[in-house]
Design a protein around this ligand. Structure first.
Ligand SMILES: Nc1ncnc2c1ncn2[C@@H]1O[C@H](COP(=O)(O)OP(=O)(O)OP(=O)(O)O)[C@@H](O)[C@H]1O
Ligand SMILES: [Mg+2]
Length: 279
């Protein structure tokens, strides 16, 4: 049974700009050895420009499938997903996955400069911009290292710097901090929060951490499994710029956490019951 939604979240969306993303009745099925898997069923989701939208939900509820559709890497079986692309000189999106989206055969510097050069920027300007991005994610002194010589957290910082350095119109992130240890994750949450506030980009961010979603997001979309669908859409009312330390102190932080966990927990329990029944 879900606990009551905190009052402060019921005011509706504060964002009224043209949508960056419009997902309309999107369904996606896969054929597996045991029959058809409905990964997404009739998902509707509108994401305005500049919004940091987090997707949470139990394993297998279709979060990655939805992100892949937004990235143009997969197609809906039915319905449509429209992603606005305003400036053909810029990338519509860049994607960061859990497993370090970096080129292992390029140095840290090259990994970050490459997407900047790809925008037609001169070598000199790209070098300066690359240096600045590496400074912003705390990698000064590691410019000439190879990804294999870095810790997991450092590699992921390269991936994040790369994604921002592309200057895409939108960022799609699939559990980008999931593989990190707890301390590194806290640190990168802070960096990601700071970067996203400075850049004001549209971000779709998948995470299993409800705390992370509340700290970073303007909005949390909770997905339910079997079939994957939207079961709740919650506005996060903490004003920006915000810091994780500030947000954690708010009474509403605990209330939101409890409420969202009660929703996700119900889905996880349903899924366990279904798994048991079909095993
Ligand atoms: N290429 C595929 N072929 C067959 N089934 C697939 C394929 N991709 C995804 N699925 C199935 O679709 C469902 C949703 O998968 P998806 O990876 O989108 O879930 P998820 O929410 O990202 O899960 P997790 O939190 O574990 O990453 C799962 O049941 C999965 O097995
Ligand atoms: Mg996934």
């Amino acid at each position: 049974m879900a606990t009551a939604e905190p009052q402060a979240c019921r005011s509706g969306s504060v964002h009224d700009t043209r949508p960056r993303i419009a997902v309309e009745r999107v369904s996606r099925s896969f054929q597996s050895s045991t029959g058809e898997v409905v990964a997404l069923a009739d998902v509707d989701l509108t994401i305005p420009d500049g919004q940091f939208c987090c997707l949470v939900g139990p394993s297998g509820c279709g979060k990655t499938t939805l992100l892949r559709i937004l990235a143009g890497l997969a197609r809906p079986s039915s319905g449509r997903a429209v992603v606005r692309h305003d400036d053909p000189r810029r990338l519509a999106h860049s994607v960061v996955f859990q497993d370090y989206s970096v080129f292992p055969w390029k140095t840290v510097r090259q990994n970050v400069e490459l997407p900047i050069r790809a925008r037609g920027v001169s070598k000199r300007e790209a070098a300066a911009a690359g240096r600045e991005w590496l400074r912003r994610v705390g990698l000064v002194g590691f410019e000439d290292s190879w990804p294999a010589q870095l810790s997991g957290g450092m590699r992921q910082r390269v991936a994040i710097a790369r994604a921002f350095a592309c200057d895409p119109e939108m960022l799609l992130m699939d559990e980008p901090l999931a593989a990190l240890d707890a301390q590194m994750r806290l640190l990168l949450q802070e960096q990601l929060l700071a970067l996203s506030q400075e850049e004001a980009k549209t971000v779709v961010f998948v995470t299993h951490s409800i705390e992370e979603a509340i700290l970073l997001g303007d909005r949390i979309v909770v997905m339910g499994a079997r079939p994957g669908r939207v079961i709740a859409d919650i506005e996060i009312p903490f004003p920006r710029p915000r810091s994780p330390a500030q947000v954690r102190k708010e009474e509403l932080f605990g209330e939101l956490h409890e409420y969202i966990w009660s929703l996700v927990r119900g889905q996880v329990e349903d899924q366990l019951r279904l798994d048991k029944a079909t095993s």
